[in-house]
Design a protein. Sequence first.
Length: 170
Amino acid sequence: MSFAGIWELLRPALLFALGCAALWALLRRAILRGERKARREALYALTVFYLAALVEIIALRFGRPAARVAPQLVPLRTTLEQWRAGAWPFVYHVVGNLTWFMPLGLLLPMLRPSARWRQALLVGAGLSLLVEGYQFLFGTGAPDVDDLLLNALGTLLGYGLSHLIRRAQR
């Protein structure tokens, strides 16, 4: 997929996420009526924005046709096929899946400082399983066990990066 193709996928996801985050912020403001800590609320709004963008680009795919695809359940099959297909398909598959879930690993320790790497792994794998299941049920993508594995690994990478950032700040 070209950069123009990536932008065509990303644009509606960002617009959807912006709308979700704005609506969420308005609802929170109405509920809390000024009794809030700005940094924490900004973190919540950022999390809502990220999750909405993630769900739209992976599962909802507004404006793109649905196509029923059988789930690919053999670990590493798709990743090896992408490797054989060339550098760009491999990078798009691996780096794309890792990158989409790294923010989850970065945000989790900020939202819940007591979170450990095992919890980050479970949250990442659980969210990935949910969106892959949605893709299967509604025909909005190609459910793949490699996506689940790479997404969980991306969450762990983000979690590790958050700890490196905290150490560097000290």
